[in-house]
Design a binder for this molecule. Sequence first.
Ligand code: HEM
Length: 696
Amino acid sequence: MQCESKMACRRGIVLIAGLSLICHALSLKVSTGYHIVHNEQLQPQHNYGSFKYLQGIPPYLIGNALPTSSAPQNPFSLAPNPQSPYGYSFPMPGQANCGRPPAFCEKTSYRSLDGSCNNLQRPELGEANSRYGRLLTPKYADGISAPPRSITGNELPSARLVSVVAFGEEDVPDPQFTLHNMQWGQIMTHDMSMQAGGTQSKKHPTQCCTDDGRLVGLDTAHKTCFAIIVPPHDPAYSQVGTECLNFVRTLTDRDANCQYTGGPAEQLTVVTSYLDLSLVYGNSIEQNRDIREFQGGRMIVEERNGAKWLPLSRNITGDCDAVDPNEVCYRSGDVRVNQNPGLALLQTVLLREHNRIADHLAALNPHYDDRTLFQEARKINIAQYQHINYYEWLPIFLGAENMLKNRLIYKAPGGSYVNDYDPSIDPSVLNEHATAAFRYFHSQIEGRLDLLSELRSVLGSLTLSDWFNRPGILEVGDNFDSLSRGHATQPEELTDINFDRQIKHFLFRRNAPFGSDLRSLDIQRNRDHGLASYNDMREFCGFARAHSWEDFADLISPQIIQNLKSLYDSHEDVDLTVGGSLEAHVAGALAGPTFLCILTEQFYRTRVGDRFFFENGDKNTGFTTDQLAELRKASMARLLCDNGNNIASMQPQAFKTVSGSNPIVPCSNIPAVDLTKWIDQKPYTAAEHSVHFGKK
Ligand code: HEM
């Protein structure tokens, strides 16, 4: 066996030596050594020549406002309501586990809510409120936590400058994939990670810039401030005199109550790493208690205008940008639920699916108590979701062939098990994945959301920035179904170097003329987390290390390299988020080779490191073969059909646009999971509480 990348060696992946990456457009042929790389097409080229600030306004490298204040400040004191399990993504003091194992593990056939005890040898792996994983050592300027600088010692170029110069904002609809494809990605993201200390869409209590976009003086700024400096002549912000975009650093193990050992800081994530629908069920017993009905195994839903909706937030004006306190604002297992209408829609679909399953199970097994119904319905809901993730959604992003080769999926017939659980695999979400690679798909976001009738005629549309943090629009008229049909029909934006104007200048604008810029946030977050450079990651993934700008040309087009050259002092400075997003795609996948390497590694770990993964045949935690065969019928289309208010038809592959081979059919024609396979003859006994692993 020949291992050409460090990561592949660790995983024992057999590489096909000498497989070539052929850039047709460039007429280049380069040996990559990374076996999933095939032929590819270069992304559309862009003309950046018209950007004014590249002309005659030296210096082009705008500073990153690093506050020098060392006044002791406790970031945990920022939590608006330390008693509430909801609100902002702050782990409460003493709550950040930082890799500490729980006191003991219950012997149970169900997952814990906080992710602990999935791995019985290391019960802390993947639990909420712990560190991100990492592939490469961080690149902090001081080796501890300060954001990186150029290798020349200068500051890196402003994240906003990079966002505008290196990335476009053209509207290019994807010919193949629907907006639900993008939206499901955000669901998976929110299930897997959430940086500690962020507010996502609500205004952050820490103000590094004033409301009118002026920089707060470095002597008074909070120590977590890392404002994004807006260069003069910015195409959007210069019109209103905005000088900076608010940015608050993620909390790390140094800030929290962790046993800090003196090494480089590691950021904390406040949700479980597993694909376990934590965004529906919550990340702790306390969060779950607040959204569970405790009757018939159901989660709380509230009836309004004849339909069942997510329960209302207990702090509507705090959690949403509500104009009045009677506006609809939701409460769920994840604080980000209200961020945009498509997200709230899918959270509702997944919640309704839980109750649909629980009701069926209650009818089939009248002897089941609330707890058994809840856990069994949760287990089925998660299994269907994992099936959709790995067999319907991920192949679009990672390529089915690549996934098969790397053992992320199998051609397992009917009800046969795949027993690939490996307790030595750490399922933690990798910082390089959450902070760089997975965010590339922000490119798929569309700023116009169409509302469609059952006949798929356009009834109207919503402008994304009008509805950030205001999910009540879903409950107006037939909007819920119309938006769901719209997302299943409307193309997402092409996965490329363009990011929609709605998120590039108008993110969370709250009635202001402009808002923030998601691409700038992504780039600044890369620096905040001290991610290894694009060049380091290329090498780690088995590609040649670049020794000059020109060496990037194996994966990035020369024109784009010229843009990068105009921004960064050195090719060594290019941020992972930036370089990775500019690579030409691998054929059959929606990412270039470096991001594909990270994504493949992540989803391998997420699968193989999950003791409860739905294909495992463990007799205590798994399904029967009959049940597994049914679960493999689950699909996005069926989920949308079953959990709309009144959706009658859908194309069988809802992530793909309607076509001759994927026509709209009545919902009754779409295969469904037969829950009668869950009829349980033997009365349930709760003997599972009696045995414990580990210390008690
Ligand atoms: C309308 C849709 C979306 C909006 C408005 C949105 C917005 C955001 C925002 C504001 C952040 C935090 C930025 C920061 O402060 O660092 C974020 C983080 C993130 N987003 Fe999105 N996003 C959307 C869709 C997606 C999609 C489709 C994906 C991937 C398929 C994705 C992946 C991520 C990831 C991985 C993170 C980091 C999660 C963490 O560890 O905290 N997002 N997004």
